[in-house]
Design a protein around this ligand. Structure first.
Ligand code: HEM
Length: 402
């Protein structure tokens, strides 16, 4: 097991919660806003260490592409993202498998080179390493068509009340998430990815960009409602249990659930601060759960006021999303904001979990009565099995064919 650098002083945490103040940073990924230092990264780069890398890389060092798990999940969350969904041609299963092998090989080459100390493209050579991280995942429909070796829990999400999903911005045979410190890198690498895919007969289905606010290392970024978003993420042990696949063939893979959620930012901002706090169940100002004292205190869903009413209202977002209703199950949320014009801003909800059934259970509760609902609309959706990482001599997806 990798060591938990920087956490030797941590006080013990209740095992049931799987959540701790600094430990949460491991899996949440401390945000590397531009210029953030290596110390924060050292807290989270556990999987690369497991691959043989020693210590935390300097802030300017490339983030290794190769490893047992894809860096797009394990590296600290970066300030900008670009999601790309790709579709394979509809052919026979045999031809489809060949096309998939081809495109995964192409993507591995492009992503590894772009993330390296020596990217080939001139446009990536100007400002030191790109610090690109990426992940590639397989959609459930493709897996069904080609009979791939993916976790049995991988499947399409059911429809939820209130969904207004645009199929042109949803789904996809392959999902690629690029993350970097700056937009330039993402634009160039996205072009390389789409070009490489095209040579294998694979076309772009949709693309979506997102961003985070500048955030000090080790602190939680805010979403467009102004709330700290990503506080209650699993620690390392909880992530092994709830985020990564079960030990075995899929142990270094995970499932990404993506939702493009439109937010009525102006409408929510017009609420008095106390209403906003009660809708979320945490104080907007500092992210502390109602009734708690520090941001990383676990929300207490049982606490009551002297009059018998719950401190965390029945419709509070964090009450309805609480792992306590789900046998302790957790998901790793690494969401981004998006801005597609003044009438369409919101959240690119990106969460990693072993079993997407966890998302379905939470979303059913949220769709039913979340106090945030009047201000939200789910407009796109995708699910993908995030492949294990690629070995230096191998390709993404090498495990799919066994
Ligand atoms: C735009 C829509 C959403 C907004 C603005 C939002 C915002 C927040 C905020 C502010 C928190 C508290 C801080 C934190 O722990 O990160 C939170 C927690 C959480 N949210 Fe959301 N969220 C949204 C959608 C969703 C969806 C769709 C799901 C899953 C179906 C979800 C699941 C969770 C979970 C699991 C927690 C942690 C609960 C806990 O362990 O205390 N959220 N969200």
């Amino acid at each position: 097991m990798p060591t938990e650098q920087g956490n030797a002083q941590d006080p013990p945490h209740p095992p049931a919660t799987g959540l701790g103040r600094r430990r949460a940073l491991f899996a949440a990924g401390a945000v590397l806003a531009a210029g953030a230092g290596a110390a924060a990264e050292g807290l989270v780069r556990d999987d690369r260490a497991a691959d043989g890398a020693s210590g935390a890389p300097a802030a300017s060092a490339a983030i290794p592409f190769h490893g047992v798990r894809q860096a797009g999940v394990t590296a600290p969350q970066q300030p900008t993202t670009q999601l790309l969904a790709l579709d394979l041609p509809r052919t026979s299963a045999a031809a489809g498998r060949k096309a998939l092998r081809g495109v995964l090989g192409e993507l591995t080459g492009v992503l590894a080179t772009a993330a390296s100390d020596a990217p080939k493209d001139l446009r990536l050579q100007g400002g030191g390493t790109t610090r690109l991280t990426s992940l590639v995942g397989i959609g459930p429909a493709l897996s069904d068509r080609l009979g791939l070796d993916v976790p049995s829990v991988l499947g399409e999400l059911p429809p939820f009340p209130g969904d207004r999903l645009d199929p042109r911005r949803s789904g996809g045979d392959l999902l690629v998430q690029l993350c970097a410190a700056d937009r330039w890198t993402l634009t160039v690498v996205a072009e390389l990815v789409v070009g490489a895919a095209r040579t294998a007969g694979v076309v772009l289905r949709w693309s979506q960009s997102g961003f985070l606010p500048p955030t000090a290392p080790g602190t939680t970024p805010r979403n467009l409602f102004g709330s700290k978003d990503g506080t209650a993420n699993p620690d390392r042990a909880a992530a092994e249990q709830w985020v990564w696949g079960p030990p075995g063939a899929h142990g270094n893979g995970t499932v990404l659930v993506y939702r493009r959620i439109h937010m009525d930012v102006t409408g929510f901002a017009a609420l008095p601060e106390s209403h906003r706090d009660r809708a979320v169940g945490r104080r907007t100002r500092d992210g502390v759960a109602l009734g708690g004292t520090a941001e990383h205190d676990e929300p207490d869903i049982y606490a009551k006021h002297p009059d018998g009413s719950y401190v965390l209202p029945a419709t509070a977002h964090v009450r309805l999303a609480s792992p306590r209703f789900d046998g302790g199950a957790r998901m790793l949320r690494r969401s981004y904001s998006y801005d597609d014009g003044p009438d369409d801003r919101g959240l690119l909800f990106c969460a990693f979990m072993r079993d997407p059934g966890r998302f379905t259970r939470v979303q059913n509760r949220l769709a039913d009565r979340d106090a945030l609902n009047p201000f939200l609309q789910h407009r796109a959706s995708a699910v993908a099995y995030v492949l294990p990482g690629a070995a230096p001599s191998g390709s993404l997806g090498d495990q799919l064919w066994t």
